[in-house]
Write a protein of this length. Structure first.
Lengths: 402, 280
């Protein structure tokens, strides 16, 4: 007997196709964070926390790409005592609550051996609590708030598992002040997204730059979701600064710079922590005045930096921006090196190794101080980073003087 | 500040024109309108990658593509589901999210950017905001054209359907076809706006969200009857937002703008055109 296959509810073919596509795109599988873990017991897992959706998705994606590259390099060098290393990613969405719940998921369900992240300072402070409660090593690549290292200093026993490879705000401000001094800047405008690290960096820079005779002419922060660029760009230009410092790690940095160029075509700009390290974005901005970018490392800064840039470019088809990718790469590299030295992934064994060791990375050699902050600055043993200037055909390193 | 407000308002008006058309004729809240703005920007980017750097050349191509998509969406989804307004609104939102995800898959989450071109520097070193001027002129032309169409003979079916669908049907008009063609036309307007303004900022999957909200606000407050009211209110909100950013803080501009809208709506729920006694 044959059965008539006419369905009770008939959907137009084109709609049924659309429905299938809809169901796929909105299925949990589609939205699930990319998971690199192989799930084998002999695999060592690193939990990586980064925003893969929301306003900071671009930075978060670079973060994960760099971490992936770092574990691939570690595995090509034999892994850790013969064990392969993988990453398991948690999408923080740029939100504190999500960052904390993802950190808990990575620790309790994915059984990671250490955490790397998060991206924003707000998220990272939340993740610190999870790391402290679980007594798990947390390497902080980019979040710069002082609260992270202050907690380690003040409550060492609780937070001793937390180490930061990225610059602290005072270190960051020192690097910027040294660059501004080198460029003979007297007055600057500080603008950016109204998020925590920007505000704290603005305040810290004002304090640290003052002894150099460098003062702010204008300071403003715009909402990352609905930025009011026009007024900020006009007001920044009207304050007649020598340079505009643009602190925005997201997509708004290029939009703001375009608006600024329309208001003040000859006003130099310095992008810190932003997407303007991307050559494709920089190429779309009129270079009627210098556009500088601060980066942890850049092609040509050192052999290891050049090798990293070439590897990244070969793998992902575009060069790294030098900040939200380079520091996560180094965070994973430092962690793996500490595991190798300790001969274990247990926090009790790894923490003393991180406290006492020196770990080579792309940006230089990392050493941690008593607050578990990597030593950046102008000292001979310090990591310095670099400042580049975009020109037609590429970027040129302009600071530190070479 | 006034000039920048004018330019910002013109950008809102570009989006609001299409939104008003859909709300007036199709009588649905189309939350996918911002996705068509984004589509236009990505079309402009794709063309710029292939050597067509002018957004003025990209706008008609983007409009044609968006019209085709809009007609498809209007015919296959909006018209059949139109009698269930809540489901339709959620459906258009789902389409917008679907488009954002698709854009992220195709172009990635990283912001893209089209060359903004050198600034226009006039006599005496006066710098003109190129993309502000383009937004203002495009907006004036688009809204002027829409006003002309609506007031002339070709716009009669649209006016009649907006006024009373039953009468339009009784006169033998193919209301269903006019609805989805109008939907497609409005989507084309949004895409043209996205293509025209794409070099002024970054091209991202979610770039259509803020213009969608602002255009919705403009249409709700100005009402759908008067194209001139839409244009003037857009300009007014642009100047208000800029004034708040200038005198208070940039972070307050958006809040102040929405507070002003809430106050206006609480005073005149039917929209500001009612202030002049034209409708209630």
């Amino acid at each position: 007997m044959t059965v008539d296959s006419v369905p009770l509810l008939r959907l137009p073919r084109v709609l049924s196709g659309s429905a299938a596509l809809f169901l796929f795109l909105f299925s949990p599988a589609f939205f699930a964070a990319p998971c690199v873990a192989a799930g084998r017991s002999e695999t060592l897992k690193i939990g990586v926390l980064a925003p893969l959706s929301g306003p900071y998705a671009a930075g978060g994606t670079s973060f994960v790409q760099a971490a992936t590259l770092a574990v691939e390099q570690a595995n090509s060098e034999g892994g850790v005592s013969g064990q392969r290393v993988t990453i398991v990613v948690g999408d923080t969405q740029g939100r504190v609550d999500v960052a904390k719940s993802e950190a808990l998921r990575l620790v309790s369900r994915e059984k990671v051996s250490a955490l790397v992240g998060a991206y924003l300072s707000e998220e990272t402070v939340g993740v610190m609590e999870v790391a402290a409660a679980e007594r798990m090593v947390l390497i902080v690549p980019v979040a710069a708030t002082a609260e992270i290292t202050d907690k380690v200093r003040q409550e060492y026993d609780r937070y001793r598992y937390v180490f930061r490879v990225g610059y602290s705000l005072p270190q960051w401000a020192e690097l910027i002040a040294a660059f501004l001094s080198d460029r003979k800047v007297g007055r600057y405008a500080f603008v950016g997204a109204g998020i925590r690290w920007n505000r704290e960096l603005g305040e810290t820079l004002e304090r640290i730059a003052a002894p150099h005779g460098i003062t702010p002419a204008y300071t403003a922060f715009y909402s990352p979701g609905n930025p009011a660029f026009d007024t900020v760009a006009v007001a920044a230009a009207a304050a007649s600064p020598d340079i505009v410092i643009l602190a925005d790690p997201g997509r708004n940095s290029v939009s703001f710079l375009k608006r600024l160029r329309e208001s003040a075509p000859t006003l130099p700009a310095l992008s810190v922590g932003g997407a303007l390290g991307d050559a494709r974005l920089a190429a779309s901005v009129p270079l009627t005045a210098p556009v500088y970018v601060q980066a942890a490392a850049w092609r040509g800064l050192s052999p290891s930096a050049t090798a990293y840039v070439e590897r990244y470019e070969h793998r992902y088809g575009a060069p790294p921006v030098g900040y939200s990718d380079t520091l996560p790469f180094d965070a994973v590299t430092v962690l793996v090196a500490a595991w190798r030295t300790a001969g274990s992934v247990e926090s009790a064994a790894v923490v003393p190794v991180l406290e006492r060791g020196a770990f080579p990375g792309v940006a230089g050699t990392y050493r941690f101080d008593a607050a578990h902050q990597a030593v950046w600055g102008a000292g001979p043993a310090a990591l310095q980073g670099t400042f580049v200037r975009w020109e037609r055909g590429g970027a040129r390193i302009v600071f530190p003087p070479r | 500040m006034l000039l920048d407000g004018l330019f910002a308002g013109a950008a809102y008006a570009l989006m609001a024109a299409g939104m008003a058309l859909i709300l007036g004729v199709v009588k649905v809240i189309n939350l996918s309108h911002g996705a068509f703005f984004t589509l236009g920007a990505y079309v402009a980017y794709a063309l710029a990658e292939r050597g067509v750097g002018s957004p003025i050349a990209a706008a008609p191509i983007a409009a044609v593509i968006a019209f085709a998509f809009g007609v498809f969406l209007g015919k296959s989804f909006v018209n059949p589901v139109r009698s269930h307004p809540f489901a339709l609104t959620v459906g258009t939102l789902a389409f917008a999210l679907l488009f954002e995800q698709a854009a992220q898959i195709v172009w990635g989450p990283h912001p893209l950017s089209i060359g903004a071109g050198a600034p226009w520097i006039g006599p005496g070193g006066l710098v003109l905001r190129r993309w502000g001027v383009i937004a203002f002129l495009s907006s004036a032309a688009l809204l002027g054209g829409l006003k002309w169409v609506l007031s002339a003979r070709p716009g009669l079916p649209l006016r009649l359907i907006a006024e009373d669908e039953e009468i339009a049907c009784s006169l033998g008009m193919d209301v269903e076809t006019i609805r989805y063609l109008t939907f497609g036309g409005a989507c084309a307007m949004a895409a043209a706006a996205g293509a025209l303004l794409s070099p002024s900022g970054a091209v991202t999957p979610t770039m259509g969200r803020a213009p969608l909200l602002l255009s919705l606000v403009v249409v709700i407050v100005a009402g759908m009857d008067s194209v001139a009211a839409i244009f003037l209110l857009s300009i007014g909100l642009g100047i208000l937002g800029n004034a708040c950013a200038w005198f208070l803080s940039p972070q307050w501009s958006y809040v102040a703008l929405l507070v002003a809208v809430c106050l206006l709506l609480s005073a005149r729920p039917a929209g500001i055109v009612a202030l002049a006694g034209r409708r209630d």
